[in-house]
Design a protein around this ligand. Structure first.
Ligand SMILES: Cc1cc2nc3c(=O)[nH]c(=O)nc-3n(C[C@H](O)[C@H](O)[C@H](O)COP(=O)(O)O)c2cc1C
Length: 409
C-alpha cells in the first residue's frame, strides 16, 4: 500500500487561524496524512480539539509531550511538506533566525522537505522592514513565502496582509508536493529567490464609454504560469488585463485595462525581474480618438470610420532594452496559419530569448483549459509541447527559463 504524503500544518497565532481548518479539510480529503502543529497563541483562536478531530492525529504545541517519541525532531524529519498558515510576523521572524522554542519552530528546523509560509497580518506589520527582511531570508533559503492577499483585515481596515483563500493555498501545496516528489529529487524550489513577471489576459482599447476593441484571450495560460512560478518559489508579479479570474495566492497582481496601461505596469515590474513572460494578448492598434460620448448611429444609414494608431510593441521594447543584464524575456505568438514559420520570424523580430508559438482560432486555445505549442529559442532549439493542460505548458516554459537565468550571487 502506498503511504499517504505526510504534511505538517503549522498554525500560528493570527486571526486567520480559523481558515486553516478549511485548508486542513482539503488536505485530508485529498489523501494527505496531516499533523497539525499549532503555537500556543494559535490555540487562543482555534482549540486543540478542533485540530485533533479534523486531522485524526494528536496535537501538541510544545516539545515536552510524548518525549520518548522525540517529536521535536521526528515530525519535521518525516514530513513531505510543511505549510505554515497563517504565518504570523512573529513566526516568520523566528523561522528566519532559527529560534526553536516550541514544537513548530523545532519542526521547521528539522524539516528537509519543502516549506510553504502563508503570512497574514496587518499591512503595517507586513510592510515593516524587519518582516520584509525575514521574508527575503526565508525565500533566499528556498522556502515558498506566499504573498498575502489584499482585502479586509481583522477589523474594519483593509490592505495587504490578508491570508489568501485556503483553496488557493491548497493548490500551492499540491503543486509544491507534485513538483518536489522523490522522482524529481529536489527539496529547494528551483525559482526560489527569483522575481518573475507574467502578463495575462487581453487588453481592451476603448472607442467610447461603452465600446472597446478587444480580443479573445482568457488569461488562463498566464495565470497557470504565475501559479507555477509561485509554487516553484518565485516572487511573482502578474500584470493582468480583463480576465475576471480571482487573484491567485502568492502572487502580486496589478490590474490594467489597455495596452498603454499594461506597458506602464510591465516596465515598472521588470526593473528588478529575473525573467518576464509576456502571455497577454496586447492590442497592436487602438482607436486614434476616444469619443467621450457614445458614438451614435448616423441618420443617413452610414457607419462611422474608426481610425486606428499603432500601440507600442512591449515585447520588442523589453527585449531590446533589458532592465537587468541577463534578464530572460519570453513572448507568446498566437498564429492562425503558417504557425512555425511566422513564429521563427517573430522571434527574430522581437529579440526575445524564448517564444511560445501556438495556433489559435475561435475554438482553439482561447478560453480552453488546454494548449499545444512549440517553444522556440533564440539559440535555435525547438521544444514541442504536446496537447495538454495549460499547467503543463507553464512548467515547460519555466523549465526552459531556468537554465537561461543569470547566476545569483
Ligand atoms: C486578536 C489578535 C489577532 C492577531 N492577529 C495577528 C495576525 O493576523 N498576524 C500576526 O502576525 N499577529 C497577530 N496577532 C499577534 C500574535 O498573536 C502575536 O504576535 C503572538 O505572539 C504570535 O505568536 P506565534 O507566532 O507563536 O503564534 C494577533 C493578536 C491578537 C490578540
Amino acid at each position: 500500500m502506498v503511504s499517504k504524503p505526510k504534511v505538517v500544518l503549522g498554525v500560528s497565532g493570527g486571526i486567520a487561524a480559523y481558515k486553516a481548518c478549511e485548508l486542513l479539510r482539503r488536505l485530508t480529503e485529498s489523501g494527505h496524512d496531516v499533523r497539525v502543529v499549532p503555537t500556543d497563541s494559535a490555540l487562543h483562536f482555534v482549540g486543540a480539539a478542533t485540530w485533533s478531530a479534523l486531522s485524526g492525529n494528536p496535537v501538541s504545541t510544545e516539545v515536552w509531550e510524548s518525549v520518548h517519541e522525540v517529536p521535536h525532531v521526528r515530525i519535521g524529519q518525516a514530513a513531505d511538506l510543511v505549510v505554515v498558515a497563517p504565518a504570523t510576523a512573529d513566526m516568520l521572524a523566528k523561522a528566519a533566525h532559527g529560534l526553536a522554542d516550541d514544537l513548530l519552530t523545532n519542526t521547521l528546523l528539522t524539516a528537509r522537505c519543502p516549506v510553504v509560509f502563508a503570512p497574514a497580518m496587518h499591512t503595517e506589520m507586513w510592510e515593516h522592514p524587519a518582516t520584509q527582511e525575514n521574508v527575503a531570508t526565508l525565500r533566499r533559503r528556498g522556502a515558498v513565502v506566499v504573498e498575502p492577499a489584499v482585502g479586509r483585515l481583522t477589523g474594519v481596515d483593509t490592505g495587504k496582509g490578508r491570508l489568501p483563500d485556503p483553496a488557493e493555498i491548497f493548490e500551492i501545496c499540491r503543486h509544491v508536493l507534485n513538483w518536489h516528489s522523490p522522482a524529481r529529487g529536489t527539496a529547494t524550489p528551483d525559482l526560489a529567490g527569483r522575481h518573475v513577471v507574467v502578463s495575462a489576459g487581453g487588453t481592451r482599447e476603448p472607442l467610447d464609454p461603452v465600446r472597446y476593441l478587444g480580443n479573445r484571450s482568457s488569461g488562463k495560460q498566464g495565470y497557470a504560469l504565475a501559479r507555477a512560478a509561485a509554487a516553484r518559489g518565485a516572487r511573482v508579479t502578474l500584470v493582468e488585463a480583463n480576465t475576471g479570474i480571482p487573484d491567485p495566492a502568492g502572487v502580486d497582481v496589478v490590474h490594467v485595462g489597455t495596452a498603454l496601461q499594461l506597458r506602464e505596469a510591465v516596465l515598472k515590474a521588470v526593473a528588478d525581474a529575473d525573467a518576464v513572460v509576456m502571455a497577454a494578448a496586447v492590442a497592436d492598434f487602438r482607436p486614434a480618438v476616444y469619443a467621450t460620448g457614445k458614438i451614435k448611429k448616423q441618420d443617413d444609414g452610414g457607419a462611422p470610420t474608426v481610425e486606428l494608431v499603432r500601440n507600442p510593441d512591449i515585447l520588442a521594447e523589453i527585449s531590446a532594452d533589458r532592465a537587468l543584464p541577463g534578464q530572460v524575456v519570453v513572448g507568446f505568438a498566437a498564429e492562425t496559419d503558417d504557425v512555425l514559420a511566422n513564429g521563427r520570424e517573430k522571434l527574430r523580430r522581437k529579440g526575445c530569448d524564448l517564444l511560445v508559438v501556438n495556433e489559435v482560432g475561435e475554438r482553439k486555445t482561447f478560453g480552453s483549459e488546454e494548449n499545444e505549442a512549440v517553444v522556440l529559442a533564440s539559440d535555435g532549439a525547438e521544444t514541442p509541447v504536446p496537447h495538454g493542460p495549460k499547467e503543463a505548458l507553464a512548467e515547460t516554459v519555466w523549465d526552459l527559463v531556468l537554465p537561461r537565468l543569470r547566476a545569483t550571487t
